[in-house]
Write a protein that binds this ligand. Sequence first.
Ligand code: ATP
Ligand code: MG
Ligand code: MG
Length: 549
Amino acid sequence: SEERSLNFIEEIVEDDITAGKHGGRVHTRFPPEPNGYLHIGHAKSICLNFGLAKKYGGKTNLRFDDTNPVTEDTEYVESIKEDVRWLGFEWANELYASDYFDLLYAFALNLVRQGLAYVDDSTPEEIATQKGTPTEPGTPNQYRRRSIEENVQLFEDMKAGKYPDGAKVLRAKVDLASPNMHMRDPIMYRIKHAKHHRTGDKWCIYPMYDFAHGQSDAIEEITHSICTLEFVPHRPLYEWFIDKLELFPSRQYEFARLNLNYTVMSKRKLLQLVNEGFVEGWDDPRMPTISGLRRRGYTPASVREFCERIGVAKRENMIDVSLLEFCIREDLNKTAWRRMAVLDPVKLVITNYPEGQTETLHGENNPEVEGGEGGRDIPFSRELWIEREDFMEVPPKKFFRLGVGLSVRLKNAYIITGESVVKDADGNIIEIHCTYIPESKSGSDTSGINVKGTIHWVSVPHAQTAEIRLYDRLFRVEDPSNEDGDFKEYINPDSLKVITGFIEQDLTNAVPGKGYQFIRKGYFTLDKYSTADKLVFNRTVTLKDGWVK
Ligand code: ATP
Ligand code: MG
Ligand code: MG
């Protein structure tokens, strides 16, 4: 494999190890909020955090950032764990910010007692106005002058449930004139009388992200806390809390979030697609979620390879989804088992093949691997389904498929020559008649005839039917979130096409999670809801980039 240069975060980590910082220890964390399913952007963060620990002999915690009881749910917790494991990573510890609610409360009281935090009764609007603007300093209100004793009492009363939602907040007393708006007395706690998925009704005050995240990092002695660029302006506050509380000096480093074209990637927007019925669910194969990619037929290795190839950027950019498709194509080319399926069938009759006769041919599973990974039996008979587009009654020059007077090889079978067609009253071809050359059987061909083309087929009496779902991009514009109006106006109306096709017999043995190349048609996988009575296959990706703008 190619040697790749260090990314900037690896450089920081290697410098820290060389300097003996934290005894050379590397401890990262992946901190999802359990308010939705993970998407490909999260996969980037997972590969980065777990990858660093793996590379430098460290550890990674899975920490649920569950400080917002209203939007969080254990369903999401379970799906997140499944997705991280599926990607191939195992965490050192499963932790929850909510485990630290007692400690965080004690930290907050500590700051109140130091005169570094105060209870503010202002409305959110008043707080926003008093904060000033980036060019105008904020103005202190009367609550900022409250005594330490009064603040201790009020904060304890907030915790005890004496006030309704929104009546008061606890704010850090930092600097109302700071050029960084996040430092203008940020809110640490708000009142929310809501049941939490883990702590139940124990709390009615909940810490804000900025007061929970860095402190959780410090409690876990995280050495490198990696997050996305939007947290750059939060970093001074992250360090201010750690400094004032004299906690373990975790440090925050930021990289550019992954943006992918032709999709949206915020959980809030993905939830709208689910709730408003634009997709089947979080794991709809068109979704950029990890569960959607899995159901679509992406492999963990292909997703990791994609994350590796895009690298770790310091500037926002947009990644072309073609790169993701390239990665799965590369992987499936090496691993998928070859099978035959006819998606737009027309009947082919071999007039010189005895009626009622059947023979069993053989095809290897995987030509990319020495030995072919074994093979399967393929029943052959006088009547076959072939792809309508593989035949032309009056073929142009260089048409290397079947035509009247043109010869072609049937994959794993014989060479045939087109003879005539049968049409219905409207002139549509309903049957193609051909003859075959008995000596031309694949593997024991003594005919001496060479043909340019090979087409796939399925024996009519042995064919099984399957529902086949052909997916395209979910949006018809590159960056739906940046267009005028609602992003949902830009949904691609043709993102799903459901057809019924004929598949070769052996595909009834298809197993979930395995990739199959339907020869000449693309890569497919069994849908998770497929049953023996109704087989359903999802197209993972076409064989070549077939996207036409
Ligand atoms: P969203 O905006 O989709 O809701 P989020 O950042 O609020 O995402 P979290 O659950 O808080 O979602 O994210 C967990 C971790 O994954 C965070 O460290 C976050 O920075 C990272 N992450 C989220 N989205 C991306 C992305 N597109 N690219 C890289 N990392 C991401
Ligand atoms: Mg977040
Ligand atoms: Mg979010």
